[in-house]
Write a protein that binds this ligand. Structure first.
Ligand code: COA
Length: 326
C-alpha cells in the first residue's frame, strides 16, 4: 500500500531575536504577563532584506538535501503562507524560480496556522493518485511585516520563521495514516487584516487607521481552538486506528502554551510526549508545526516507526490534524 511519507525536513529562522523585555519598551506589557499568559519568552524578526521566499528557499534546500533529491525532481510545490512576498504572483512561483525547479505545479495555500496540515492533506491526494512523486510543502511566515508594534494583543504573540518538508510515496508502511482539515468562516473576523485586499484596497486612509495590520480577538479564539483541536485529534486517531496512548509525539500548533496544555490534558497525553518550542519561537502560524517537526527530526526526538500526531488551529477559522507513522 502506497502512503505519503515525509522524506526530508528543513527550516530557516531570521537571526534577530525579539525578547519580551524588548516589547516592554514598545507597549504596555511585561515579561511576566507574556510568559504566564502565552509561554512565549522570545520570537524572531526578519531583517529588511529577508523575504518569505528567501527564507523558504533556504529551508527548502535543507529539506531537499535530507531527502537526497534535487529541485528538478520536484513535481509539486505548495507554499502555505498568509504573509506572501507580494499579492501577485504566488510566492510559490518565486520559490520555484529561485530553487531552479522545473515547470512543476506550484501554488500558495492560505489556511493560516493550519496551512501546513492543509498542504500535507493536498499532497496526500496527489501522491496516492500517482500525480506527484516529490512534493515540497513549505510553511512560511514573516508576520512581523503585518504586526502593529503598538498593539499588545498581537505583537507579543507572533513571530517569523519558515520550514519545509519533502513528501513522496512510501511503500514501507511509513507515512500519512489519516488526516482531516476544516474551515468555519463564522469566526473569520476574529483574526484578520481588514485592509489591503479587494474589500478595502490599500489607501492613505487604511494606512493611517492601521488597518493593514493583524487584528485578533484572542479570548474568543482560545475556547474554539481548544475544543476544535481536541475533537479533530480524536477523530484522526480513530481513522488511523490508534489511541492517544499509542502516540509517541504530539506536535500541536504553537499558538499559546495554555492551549497546548489544555488540549494535551483533554487527550490524556503526557507532557514528555508533547513538543513545545513556543518559548523560543512564538507563534509563526503555518511555519509553527514544520519548524517543530524539523527540530524533532534533527535532534533525534523522532525515530523510525514513531507515531506522530500533528494538530493545528488558525485564522479562518481553520483547523486540522494529521497522523503520521515515521
Ligand atoms: C491572546 C491571548 C494570549 C490573550 O490572553 P487572555 O488570557 O485571553 O487575555 P485577555 O484577552 O482575556 O486579556 C486579559 C487582560 O490582559 C490584558 N492584556 C492583553 N494583552 C496584554 C499584553 N500583551 N500585556 C499585558 N496585558 C495584556 C487585556 O487588556 C486584559 O486586561 P483587562 O482584564 O484589564 O481588560 C489568548 O487569548 C490567546 O492565546 N488566544 C488564542 C490566540 C490564538 O489561538 N490565535 C489563533 C490561532 S494562531
Amino acid at each position: 500500500m502506497v502512503r505519503t511519507g515525509i522524506m526530508g525536513t528543513g527550516s530557516a529562522l531570521p537571526e534577530k531575536v525579539i525578547t519580551n523585555f524588548d516589547l516592554e519598551k514598545l507597549v504596555d506589557t511585561s515579561d511576566k504577563w507574556i510568559t504566564e499568559r502565552t509561554g512565549i519568552k522570545e520570537r524572531r524578526q526578519a531583517a529588511p532584506n529577508e523575504t518569505t521566499s528567501s527564507l523558504s528557499v533556504l529551508a527548502a534546500r535543507k529539506a531537499l538535501d535530507m531527502a537526497g533529491i534535487t529541485p528538478q525532481d520536484l513535481d509539486l510545490i505548495i507554499c502555505s503562507t498568509i504573509s506572501p512576498d507580494m499579492p501577485l504572483p504566488a510566492t510559490a512561483s518565486i520559490i520555484q524560480r529561485e530553487l531552479g525547479a522545473g515547470p512543476c505545479c506550484a501554488f500558495d495555500l492560505a489556511a493560516a496556522c493550519s496551512g501546513f496540515l492543509f498542504g500535507i492533506t493536498v499532497v496526500d491526494q496527489f501522491v496516492k493518485t500517482g500525480k506527484a512523486k516529490h512534493a515540497l510543502v513549505i510553511g512560511a511566515e514573516l508576520l512581523s511585516r503585518y504586526l502593529d508594534y503598538q498593539d499588545r494583543a498581537t505583537c507579543v504573540i507572533f513571530g517569523d520563521g519558515v520550514a519545509a518538508s519533502i513528501l513522496g510515496p512510501s511503500n514501507s508502511g511509513s507515512g500519512v495514516l489519516a488526516s482531516e482539515v476544516h474551515t468555519n468562516g463564522t469566526f473569520a473576523d476574529h483574526l484578520y487584516i481588514p485592509a489591503g485586499g479587494t474589500a478595502r484596497p490599500a489607501s492613505s486612509e487604511t494606512i493611517l487607521a492601521g488597518d493593514h495590520y493583524i487584528k485578533m480577538r484572542g479570548n474568543e479564539l482560545f475556547k474554539v481552538a481548544v475544543r476544535s483541536l481536541e475533537e479533530v485529534s480524536r477523530r484522526v486517531l480513530e481513522q488511523g486506528g490508534a489511541t492517544p496512548e499509542q502516540v509517541d509525539l504530539f506536535i500541536p500548533h504553537q499558538a499559546n502554551q495554555r492551549i497546548t496544555e489544555a488540549v494535551r490534558e483533554r487527550l490524556g497525553l503526557p507532557v514528555e510526549k508533547t513538543y513545545s518550542n513556543i518559548s523560543r519561537i512564538g507563534n509563526t502560524s503555518s511555519a509553527s508545526i514544520p519548524i517543530c517537526l524539523d527540530e524533532c527530526v534533527r535532534s533525534g526526538r523522532i525515530k523510525k516507526g514513531d507515531l506522530i500526531l500533528m494538530s493545528a488551529f488558525g485564522a479562518g477559522v481553520t483547523w486540522g490534524s494529521v497522523l503520521v507513522r515515521w
